[in-house]
Design a protein around this ligand. Structure first.
Ligand code: AMP
Ligand code: MG
Length: 421
């Protein structure tokens, strides 16, 4: 079954208010067997509302409209719906007395404009609102059942759950045959295009599941969407794809579902009965923060140092002043020395270090903004990487990405140290 969602509000179009209703409704619809194909946002303009409802009603089995049902002149969803249906508005006497009762009960002064909320297009039904004033509207139009819901998120949610879902199930005759199941794989260490290339054939239309890619702060997420009658059936379809993807880009994948780089590293450390410490310059403790965001990280995280100034690198980590003078603080040699010293001082199995230029100032031709060195020291080996982010990234982005890259380097080192490899 196909659904579409229309949000109405000039504030939404202008970007002043974030449209959270549509996201919530799409998930709610998926839970009762509907695949939402379009989200449409229109301003408080009568013709635009009418046009959007009319077009959607020809494509979808259910159209949900949110917003524009209030008492003011800019609330035009009722009029838009009436225009789309080619009918007039009528006043519902029962709804009017309910509205007046709502005001009287709360000792609120009745304002004439509220009467607008008792109107609805001929041939439609009102959905009672037990949580606010504006009733919803249910209308048959073309192939669709159209439901208009209030814009206030709480009222919208309750009306969807208490009125729309039972109505769909009772009147639509649409048993929940299939539901949307989603699983996600998270990758780090290659760009979106490269990962997209590796799975291009799995993203072709016409397969029993849909594969989508998103990217955020260097983390590439592959999502597998399957419409299935049961979790077991969805799992069978999705697991086949996941196994295939793992065989293609195994080491790039760090986790599934709620996993983060930090939680993955934590699990590996626990598996190896090992501990870790951090020494961070340009990230100011961000790696330590990410590691300790994970509940239970006290099992493996020993300490985090922030040797920001050169003197601190000497003081806290015993870095040779001569090494700093020869290579500069932002160098592979210093990153490696920081990791080694941190590991020794903390008495940890592993240590992670970061030194770089997060900008926006402080770059030179030789050492530009976005140049970061990360290093990992472990019981068996040490590893270092030079990262070049470019000055187009913000300070915050450079700090987040280099922290994630450092966690990823630790992850790869831990994988190499797993017994049997
Ligand atoms: P309305 O039903 O248009 O009077 O909307 C009432 C209020 O609900 C608006 O002022 C917004 O703050 C909020 N609202 C309306 N539509 C949405 C939406 N799609 N997402 C989030 N908030 C909304
Ligand atoms: Mg509005």
């Amino acid at each position: 079954m196909i659904s579409e969602i229309i949000s109405v509000g000039t504030e939404l179009c202008a970007g002043v208010t974030l449209d959270t209703n549509s996201a919530w409704l799409a998930q709610g619809l998926a839970g009762v067997g509907f695949e939402t194909r379009r989200h449409i946002t229109v301003g408080d303009i009568r013709e635009d509302i009418a046009e959007a409802i009319l077009a959607a009603s020809k494509r979808a089995d259910v159209v949900l409209v949110t917003g524009g049902l209030g008492p003011t002149e800019d609330d035009l969803t009722r009029e838009g719906l009436a225009d789309a249906m080619g009918v007039a508005l009528v006043r519902d006497t029962a709804a009017l007395s309910r509205l007046k009762g709502f005001f009287a009960e709360r000792h609120l002064k009745w304002v004439e404009a509220n009467e607008r909320q008792a109107f609805h297009p001929v041939g439609t039904a009102l959905l009672e609102n037990d949580w606010g004033t504006a009733p919803g509207i249910r209308a048959p139009l073309n192939r669709a059942r159209v439901y208009c819901l209030p814009g206030v998120p709480r009222e919208m949610r309750l009306m969807f759950e208490e009125r729309v879902v039972p109505d769909i199930q009772a009147h639509g005759g649409w048993p929940v045959a299939r539901r949307l199941y989603v699983r996600a794989l998270h990758c780090f260490g290659a760009g979106e295009a490269k990962i997209g290339d590796a799975v291009a054939d799995l993203m072709q239309p016409g397969r029993p599941l849909t594969v989508g890619i998103t990217a955020s702060e260097g983390i590439i997420t592959l999502r597998f969407f399957a419409w299935s009658a049961s979790e077991a059936e969805a799992d069978a379809v999705i697991s086949r794809d996941i196994a295939e993807v793992r065989s293609r880009i195994g080491r790039l994948i760090f986790g599934e579902g709620e996993a983060t780089l930090a939680s993955t590293v934590g699990e590996l450390l626990v598996g190896l009965s090992s501990t870790v410490a951090t020494a961070e310059s340009c990230t100011g403790g961000l790696v330590a923060r990410m590691i300790t965001d994970v509940p239970g990280s006290s099992r493996y995280f020993l300490r985090g140092l922030i040797p920001y100034a050169n003197e601190a690198k000497v003081d806290l980590l015993n870095i040779e002043p001569e090494l700093l003078a020869r290579h500069g603080a932002v160098s592979e040699a210093v990153a490696v020395a920081m990791a080694n010293q941190c590991r020794i001082r903390a008495g940890s199995s592993y240590a992670v270090s970061i030194t770089g230029i997060a900008g926006p100032g402080g770059g030179t031709e030789e050492k530009p903004v976005g140049l970061v060195y990360i290093a990992v020291a472990g019981p068996r080996c040490q590893a270092a990487r030079k990262l070049l982010y470019g000055s187009h990234l913000s300070r915050e982005d450079i700090r987040i990405r280099s922290s994630l890259a450092a966690l990823n380097l630790l992850r790869l080192t831990l994988l190499d140290d797993l017994p049997g490899l």
